[in-house]
Design a protein around this ligand. Structure first.
Ligand code: HEM
Length: 516
């Protein structure tokens, strides 16, 4: 599941409630049980995992074990040791964590467990020929939805709307139309999905109360129903992703009820990250005029080099966009924050860290990697890690910068928004091309203007650490209206008009955060 690699000790703590009574043995990572019996650090962890883990790292270093709701979690923050966990699938298993979480959040228990087969099936859709088909469909849906949403909105007709809502709404609906090929209920699905996604971190942590509990159940049931007719009809497009997934599940002996639940899980996995990634990309560009100007130059190059009849995704394949590529890497470095969780399969399993130290792990414990903290926000690797530097991943000759060091050693893992290598995001290429198409389409069709250029960005919602892309608290307010400009011009005030029969004007006022 996308980015939602939450350790399940928060989910099934009572079953292992005695484990926090244990003391550290020789050669084990430093143990921090917290002050509250059994709960340990659960409250601090759930409130703001990044802040808590940064505090523990300062106290104990790159490896330590904490007690959270009755279980031990060994947190590893040394990127030089990540491969020892990610590639040793005999000693570190991801299936149990994933299975428990699927059950907890999606009420989903799949009868057979064949991750290799499922991964291969997913690669068939999200890579190679499957990828071309998805990109082309996504491109036309994005353009159509963007223009349709703004139709009927004249220059004098201002309406308030959030930039996050715009990005998430458009990318979700375009993604849903692309993968589920159903247009009659996209708006209804999106409405329920946003509510479900908003409450999902609390659902996973079992901390939902009262109205929220009812609300998440109601959205979940609505989504199962909204996805159900497609199930019965077998979808509209015989070759589409949803139809293929149903066939795959059917062949694996999965019943209709379970198929609906699996569809919701995949809807969330495939749609929950691109919208927030597009939002942060645009928001950071608006906050950094120099970066915006450099990206706009690439937009003009891409959009003018060939005939306007060529689809955006085709032009992006033939045209290099090194500045935007670096902007996206930098955006994801700052805002992608998934956990990678594994279960230790053998007692006494040894794990080495930089400096030659070796630690023993216990069977059944969890090992948690949090690339957001290290490497992404590590000041030894990235200078001023909280600053947005749009050329951070760019060499002087405009090639991609891939050389980064920590403690004098060159790093393999210096930015990990897509998670664990081979078992990481299977939709990575599709996600990159989708966010790029979206940003280029928006910058081509819209006029953007910040009302308060000095205002900061919204803060991160700290509940979302561990669940993939971070989301803002609140939104950036903007007022879109149609502009009838047909020529491309970029004004100093960050307003932009691009050649098109229809273009929009956005007025953005930013409220703020920790990014600079
Ligand atoms: C910027 C956007 C995205 C980011 C940052 C992102 C990140 C991630 C991460 C961190 C994981 C977990 C990897 C791990 O376990 O190590 C993941 C899994 C996954 N992602 Fe993405 N993702 C994005 C967009 C997408 C898109 C657009 C799709 C497909 C349409 C997609 C499909 C998947 C799937 C199917 C998995 C589960 C893979 C598995 O279980 O083997 N992702 N993603």
């Amino acid at each position: 599941m996308s980015g939602m690699i939450l350790n399940e000790r928060l989910l099934n703590g009572p079953l292992v409630s005695l484990s926090c009574e244990l003391d550290s043995r020789d050669n084990e990572p430093p143990l921090d049980k917290g002050l509250i019996p059994w709960l340990g650090h659960a409250l601090e962890f759930g409130k703001d995992a990044a802040k808590f883990l940064a505090r523990m790292k300062n106290k104990h270093g790159d490896i330590f074990t904490v007690c959270v709701a009755g279980q031990y979690i060994t947190v590893l923050l040394d990127p030089n040791s990540y491969d020892d966990v990610l590639y040793d699938t005999d000693s570190f298993d991801s299936r149990r964590s994933k299975g428990l979480l699927m059950e907890k959040v999606f009420s989903l228990v799949l009868p057979s467990d064949n991750p290799e087969k499922e991964r291969k099936w997913m690669e068939g859709h999200f890579q190679g020929v499957g990828l071309d088909k998805l990109q082309s469909s996504m491109d036309s849906h994005l353009r159509d939805l963007l223009l349709a949403d703004q139709r009927g909105c004249g220059t004098a007709q201002w309406r308030e709307e959030g930039l996050f809502d715009l990005c998430y709404g458009l990318l979700f609906r375009a993604g849903y139309l692309t993968m589920f090929t159903r247009d009659e209920n996209a708006d209804a699905v999106y409405k329920q999905f946003r509510n479900f996604d908003k409450l999902l971190p609390k659902l996973a942590r079992s901390s939902l109360k009262g109205e929220d509990k009812k609300s998440v159940t109601s959205s979940q049931e609505s989504l199962w129903q909204l996805l159900a007719p497609a199930l019965l009809e077998g979808g509209r497009d015989a070759g589409c992703w949803q139809e293929s997934y149903q066939r795959y599940l059917g062949e694996a002996g999965v019943d209709a009820e379970t198929q609906r639940k699996a569809l919701l899980m995949h809807l969330w996995t495939t749609q929950c990250n691109a919208g927030p990634a597009a939002f942060w990309s645009l928001a950071l560009l608006l906050r950094h005029p120099e970066a915006m100007q450099a990206v706009l130059a690439e937009v003009r190059g891409v959009m003018h080099e060939h005939s306007l009849h060529h689809p955006t995704h085709e032009r992006l394949v033939t045209h290099n966009t090194p500045v935007f590529d670096s902007v996206l890497r930098e955006t994801l470095r700052l805002t992608a924050a998934a956990f990678i969780s594994r279960e230790v399969m053998a007692d006494g399993k040894k794990l080495g860290v930089s400096g030659g130290l070796e630690y023993c792990l216990r069977k059944g414990d969890k090992v948690l990697l949090f690339p957001f903290l290290c490497p992404q926000m590590d000041p030894e690797i990235h200078q001023q890690p909280e600053s947005f530097r749009y050329k951070r991943f760019l060499n002087d000759d405009m090639s991609e910068k891939r050389i980064f060091y920590k403690g004098g050693s060159r790093l393999k893992h210096y930015n990990m928004p897509w998670g664990a290598e081979r078992k990481g995001c299977v939709g990575k290429q599709f996600a990159i091309s989708t966010v790029k198409m979206f940003v280029f389409t928006v910058l081509r069709h819209l006029e953007l203007e910040m009302c308060e250029p000095s205002d900061p960005l919204p803060q991160f919602n700290p509940q979302r650490y561990g669940f993939g892309m971070l989301q803002p608290i609140g939104d950036l307010c903007h007022n879109p209206s149609l502009s009838h400009s047909l020529s491309l011009s970029v004004a100093l005030s960050l307003s932009l008009s691009l050649s098109l029969s229809l273009s929009l004007s956005l007025s953005l006022s930013l409220s703020l955060s920790r990014l600079h």
